[in-house]
Ligand binder design. Structure first.
Ligand code: SF4
Ligand code: MSK
Length: 658
């Protein structure tokens, strides 16, 4: 085994229990340290965040700079060009949104390219799996379905949805799904998106040196670009993936590193786009490849997902999920992973070194994402199994020649995930009267206090999973129903909170609802592009009635307590622009007390949008979210004031023991 020799054995290391609450990850960090293998956890300790960059008080948009302002005294200086702290921070924020939105919309466009080629018959390895969903999506944007063939409907749908990306003028197709009063706010403020390409191009232009230097005007384009992601690129990705691969409904899945099997060929898929994984499922089930694995001495081929690739397929096929973002290096330290195939987004370059140490094949598959030192086997939708078969063959050869010591943590947890908007509708109302009325009724009668979206990544700057779990425990104990996407839901699944049995941890009202319906108090609904499902659910709550006229009226709040990516900033901004109070943890890339900060954290709400919030401690985050939910309940005339239940130590112990 090639050792990285990066770990300085004489330097005291942070105890693993302070880095993560995930036991399996703790064990693997410790094993890695003994074997001289470094992970992002140790790098984060050694790489202190730059305090000026952390608050976005620097600019390198031209070569008269780079310019650094003083975050402690933000109005004491301006850049060489005269740019103020507000301009600099707003431009940096805009570019984060451009990058995050580009990632989601490019993913969505890839799904739409695939859909087009399936519809016109040029791709035969995939087919339209959910015709009912095809019809519903088509109807939602005014496409006639009655008496028309699947091909006719799908062709029209493709043509309309293409404008989500390419329209140079007008409004994106899914603007038709936005509640009228929310749409009115967008129109009044000039933020209804045109095609994503136009919005991303404009935001890059505006944030160039010497263009937009009014932070309120830059924020307007931030909202427009982010909405082109949430109600555009991401929503198309979700809807087309459902049409092609099936709309999720709840399945019981196993999570955590214990899903690896020592006597089998282990293959991990990590990234975001579902097509690679869908083809891999076929490859690992091919009799010839199973035979080849057996001939190599394995009992079979074991496929698991990580990060959002894992979240996509666990909700459609019940494929086990081996861990979230911060566990991707750690799992390689088990020595049991024979191949890790990746596509796009959230793939740490550090994986290459760790994979090398354990002889694991790290395989890139997407032309957008090659990594120096990784093997590239290109995935092509026209012949997908050529790539996935080759990955399996490489994994089998590594199994046959395994040299690394294998140590698989025994940790396995079970969760029930896959609560698509469609399933929530059915679950609450039944086949013949599927609707959100029972949800709204239970919010109105106070059994459910409100709804929270707790989403996003894990980040080595905070203890992995801890903030997610503590926050969600407190929310459900206060009768707040929690919806989850991305890596967040894996943190909660590992803590056992995504099963119907976890209802006993909820407050009395939410518990009663969960027990009646048989649902968990924490609903895992998909990957990070599937935050669009939360937008659809919010729109449906408004449409159902009794909770106000716009998304901004709803007793809901959002949070990404351990976020790390620019995509998360873009998601946050599209929730804020849609009317949702959205709290971020870890750090916030803006200097507090500045005009731009006040604009994002207060003024946007007075304009009819939501607003941003920030806190690091999970209980502070819960306090902010619950206070906001209560404020909205009060405005709707729903409430006598209710007390927020604070967990004392004995409560926490009883939850931990559960
Ligand atoms: Fe400095 Fe202005 Fe150039 Fe930014 S745009 S680097 S603030 S001179
Ligand atoms: S994978 S963006 S770490 S949720 Fe979507 Fe997880 Fe965040 Fe990546």
């Amino acid at each position: 085994m090639e050792i990285q020799k990066k770990i300085d054995k004489d330097k005291p290391l942070v105890p693993t229990g302070e880095l993560t609450t995930c036991e399996a990850t703790q064990k693997m960090i410790a094993k890695g340290r003994l074997e001289g293998v470094e992970t992002a956890f140790d790098r984060a300790v050694n790489m202190k965040a730059c305090p000026i960059g952390a608050e976005s008080a620097c600019c390198k948009h031209c070569f008269m700079g780079p310019c650094r302002l003083n975050a402690k005294d933000p109005y004491s200086k301006v850049g060489v060009c005269g740019a103020t702290i507000d301009t600099i921070m707003a431009r940096n924020f805009a570019r984060m949104i451009a990058a995050g939105g580009a990632a989601h919309t490019d993913h969505g466009m890839s799904m739409l390219d695939l859909f087009r080629e399936v519809v016109n018959g040029k791709i035969k390895d995939y087919a339209i799996k959910d015709i009912q969903k095809l019809e519903t999506v088509a109807q939602s944007i005014g496409i006639a379905t009655e008496g028309r063939s699947v091909k006719e409907i799908a062709t029209d749908l493709y043509e309309q949805l293409e404008s989500t990306y390419t329209a140079v003028d007008g409004e994106i197709p899914f603007a038709k799904r936005v509640p009228p009063k929310t749409l009115e706010t967008w129109r009044k403020n000039g933020v209804v998106p045109r095609g994503a390409m136009r919005e991303i191009m404009e935001i890059m232009h505006r944030s160039h040196m010497g263009v937009d230097q009014d932070y309120t005007n830059i924020t307007r384009q931030c909202s427009r670009t982010a909405l082109a992601d949430g109600w555009g690129g991401s929503m198309v990705a979700t809807e087309i993936s459902d049409i092609l691969f099936g709309t999720p409904s709840p399945v019981s899945i196993e999570v955590n590193m214990g899903v690896l099997k020592e006597d089998q060929v282990n293959i991990i898929i990590h990234g975001h786009e579902p097509n690679l994984f869908e083809s891999m499922i076929e490859s690992v089930n091919a009799p010839t490849l199973i035979e080849a694995a057996k001939a190599a001495g394995a009992r079979g081929i074991n496929l698991a997902g990580m990060c959002c690739s894992g979240a996509e397929v666990l909700v459609r096929h019940g494929i086990p999920h081996a861990g979230n973002f911060m566990s991707t290096e750690a799992i390689l330290i088990t020595g049991a992973v024979d191949a890790m195939a990746v596509d796009v987004q959230c793939i740490k370059q550090g994986l290459v070194k760790v994979a090398e140490c354990y002889g694991t094949h790290l395989i890139t598959t997407n032309p957008r994402c090659r990594i120096e030192g990784a093997v590239h086997v290109e995935f092509n939708d026209h012949d997908p199994k050529k790539c996935t078969d080759e990955i399996v063959i490489k994994a089998i050869s590594r199994f046959k020649n395994r040299k690394a010591k294998v140590e698989i943590p025994r940790n396995i947890n079970v969760g029930v995930h896959g609560f698509s908007h469609e399933y929530i509708n059915y679950m609450l109302g039944g086949t013949f009267r599927g609707s959100y009325t029972p949800l709204n009724d239970n919010i109105i009668n106070g059994r459910i206090r409100g709804v929270a979206g707790v989403v996003g990544c894990t980040n080595p700057r905070v203890k992995q999973d801890w903030v997610h779990v503590e926050l969600v425990k407190e929310l459900i104990q206060n009768d707040v129903l929690v919806l989850q996407t991305g890596c967040a839901q894996i943190a909660l699944a590992k803590a056992g909170l995504t099963t119907p049995e976890a209802a006993h941890l909820a407050g009395p009202g939410l518990k009663e609802v969960c027990e009646t319906v048989g649902m968990p108090p924490v609903l895992g609904i998909g990957s990070c592009v599937d935050n669009s499902r939360i937008l659809i659910a919010a729109a449906e709550m408004v449409k159902t009635g009794g909770l106000g006229d716009s998304i901004a009226d709803l007793p809901v709040a959002g949070c990404a307590p351990e976020y790390m990516s620019e995509k998360a900033i873009c998601i946050g901004q599209y929730f804020v622009a849609s009317g949702v109070y959205t709290v971020f943890g870890v750090t916030f890339p803006i200097v507090e007390g500045t005009k731009f900060h006040k604009h994002l954290f207060a003024e946007l709400e007075t304009m009819g949008f939501g607003k941003w919030g920030f806190a690091v401690d999970p209980h502070d985050i819960a306090r902010l979210m619950i206070a906001h939910i209560d404020k909205k309940r009060k405005a709707l005339g729903l409430d006598k004031a209710r007390e927020r239940i604070l967990m004392d130590m004995s409560d926490r112990r009883s939850i931990d023991a559960a």
